[in-house]
Design a protein around this ligand. Structure first.
Ligand code: SAH
Ligand code: SF4
Ligand code: F3S
Length: 479
């Protein structure tokens, strides 16, 4: 069954309308837009959809604000600090707008969705406010704004996935591409603003996902990352209209989708993010082991190590349940890299809860974590139900302890790799020296190694032996 389905999907992908080339020569356009993105990878990916929509409406992308007719900020609301960054940026754009009065300024993304038309009252220089599901209406809204009216569209949708829009790759290295496979989130973690800013969860047509990945591969890309707030709940029922496929019985789960993308070519690496611990299945773990080109790396945010706090966060698993999941991953994929997100100082968190987080980090042996202190967000369940009662100084101290522990864990994990040889995908020059390459292992670790006269290029796979490490990077040599 899988083979029939994947074959069909690959055939369709091949026949599918060709994805438009990366037309990005600003000289072709009489108007230019400049876009800056904040927040998660999905926002960056959305900016590429926005670029495509605007390009079709006659706007070319520019990296130079000074020559832009339209400036867009694709914003994030996840923590208060993310919003402050955008506000600060707006004060800088105010100066530019004073010098160039015709310039239009638009706020896109999660802050637009959260604050809606209130943003127009608070930030007078803003002309457009457009939420994440309303990007198709951008050309019309820009026209309105050009006519001197403020334009707002923050309608959320239950269907919009932008499946048919081929993103204009904005800041790509030409090796790794990001592909959105779903939008929104139904999980309602109590601390989180995303369900309010991104709306209901919906999965994108599997055919269009495979087609986009195939297209990236055909253009020389060697790695795709499948994106969603909760990729493991991906669920798509194709309307095949083909009775040989047993109509209506075919369901594309995340495990099946991964497999379909992995089959494009053994030379195309497949990554994905983010997995919610409650939804990642054994099927997914088995598919990861079955395909060499599916990277052995899972981002599995724990948030807290205390079952009581996890319950208040509505994460729907306990400490023990999470530990069992880690065991399962290590059992099925022994060489798997695992990373996490952690929040310090959630409402009512005690010293013991905090110790539980530290011990769970140690148990999981994370290679990497993204660590934050709790930032209360207006409108979330936690803001309505609980008091944000951990003093800031305590939050910060706990966060520091979490960061210190993670630094030790990362270093230990890197030390264990010394002497081992990994297949590395070369992503480009290392930040520090043009004499060195930078690439990643399947486990998502960054590795830097000397080019040493070898004829390799960006996008090649090389075998690299680890000779040394820091807490953040492996150092190695080509063998
Ligand atoms: N969908 C992903 C993550 C989305 S947001 C998931 O479920 O894991 C990325 C991370 O930001 C979260 O994992 C969480 O650790 C952090 N975060 C979200 N809301 C936060 C808040 N109010 N304060 C601090 N950190 C927060
Ligand atoms: Fe937010 Fe939870 Fe959804 Fe992640 S799973 S986006 S943390 S509500
Ligand atoms: Fe931020 Fe929205 Fe992503 S709140 S983290 S940009 S989904």
């Amino acid at each position: 069954m899988l083979d029939v389905l994947t074959q069909k999907i690959h055939d369709e992908a091949r026949q599918g309308e060709a994805y438009t080339p990366f037309i990005n020569d600003p000289a072709q356009y009489h108007k230019k837009f400049y876009i800056e993105s904040y927040g998660c990878q999905m926002n960056f990916s959305d900016s590429e959809i926005v670029a495509s929509i605007l390009q079709n409406a006659g706007f070319g992308a520019t990296r130079n604000v000074a020559e832009a007719d339209l400036v867009l900020l694709n914003t994030c609301s996840i923590r208060e600090k993310a919003e402050q960054t955008v506000r600060k940026r707006l004060t800088e754009f105010r100066k530019i707008k004073q010098a160039k009065p015709g310039l239009l300024v638009g706020i896109l993304g999660c802050m637009a969705e959260r604050l809606k038309s209130k943003l127009l009252e608070e930030e007078h220089l803003v002309d457009l406010v457009v939420g994440p599901d309303a990007y198709r209406s951008l050309p019309g809204l820009v026209e309105e704004a050009e006519g001197g009216q403020k334009a707002v569209n923050v309608l959320l949708s239950r269907e919009e996935t932008y499946a048919d829009i081929s993103p204009v790759r904005l800041n790509s290295n030409g090796v790794s591409g990001f592909v959105s496979i779903m939008r929104g989130c139904n999980n309602m973690c109590t601390f989180c603003v995303v369900p309010f800013t991104r709306g209901r969860e919906r999965s994108r047509d599997a055919f269009s996902i495979v087609r986009e990945c195939q297209d990236l591969f055909d253009r020389g890309y060697k790695e795709v990352t499948l994106l969603g707030q909760n990729v493991d709940s991906y669920y798509f029922t194709p309307e095949t209209g083909d009775s040989s496929l047993g109509k209506a019985t075919v369901v594309v789960t995340f495990a099946l989708l991964l497999e379909m993308v992995a089959k494009i070519s053994p030379l195309l690496r497949v990554r994905f993010s983010t997995s919610h611990p409650k939804d990642i299945t054994d099927d997914v773990l088995h598919v990861i082991t079955r395909y060499e080109n599916i990277c052995k790396y899972i981002h599995l945010p724990v948030q807290s190590g205390s079952s009581r706090i996890l319950q208040m966060m509505n994460r729907t698993y306990t400490r023990e349940w999470y530990m069992a999941k880690i065991n399962r991953i290590r059992e099925i994929i022994p060489n798997c890299g695992i990373s996490s997100d952690i929040i310090a100082g959630f409402c009512t968190e005690t010293e013991q809860d905090h110790q539980d987080t530290l011990s769970l980090m140690e148990y999981s042996g994370y290679d990497l974590s993204y660590m934050f202190f709790y930032s209360e967000r207006p409108g979330t369940l936690a803001q309505r139900r609980y008091k944000d009662d951990v003093p800031e100084a305590v939050k910060k101290r706990r966060l520091q302890e979490i960061v210190d522990l993670q630094n030790r864990l990362s270093k230990e994990s890197n030390k264990k790799d010394q002497g081992k040889t990994f297949e590395v995908l070369i992503e480009g020059d290392s930040k520090k020296s043009e004499q060195d390459w930078m690439g990643r292992t399947s486990q998502n670790k960054v590795i830097v190694f000397s080019k040493s006269g070898n004829a390799y290029k960006k996008g090649d796979y090389v075998k690299v032996k680890v000779t040394d490490c820091t807490k953040a990077t492996l150092l190695g040599e080509i063998i």
